[in-house]
Design a binder for this molecule. Structure first.
Ligand SMILES: [Zn+2]
Length: 91
């Protein structure tokens, strides 16, 4: 019996928005191209995130990396990068 495996993949340029979700349920969404500084608090409940600055800094670093990987220069490389999205319990 033939098995058909569906895989969902994305490329760096497919990431358009990064969302930071607060435990209160609200979220801060920022377009990747404009994520240059970390959010310091939840805009809804006002919880301070400043003590997690180092963790949130990774977010801006990630945004920077994704912008670089999705840039036109990266498109000219002789290879491409794709991220596989886990789904339905498959790895
Ligand atoms: Zn909140």
């Amino acid at each position: 019996m033939m098995t058909i495996e569906n895989r969902t993949t994305i490329e760096a340029k497919d990431v358009s928005v990064i969302e930071v979700r607060c435990k209160c349920g609200s979220s801060v969404t920022t377009p990747l191209g404009r994520l240059n500084s970390e959010p310091s608090e939840c805009p809804t409940c006002g919880a301070s995130w400043s003590q997690f600055h180092e963790d949130l800094k990774k977010l801006t670093d990630l945004a920077s990396l994704l912008r670089s990987l999705g840039s036109e220069q990266a498109q000219a490389l002789p290879f491409s990068l794709r991220f596989v999205i886990a789904s339905g319990g498959q790895q």
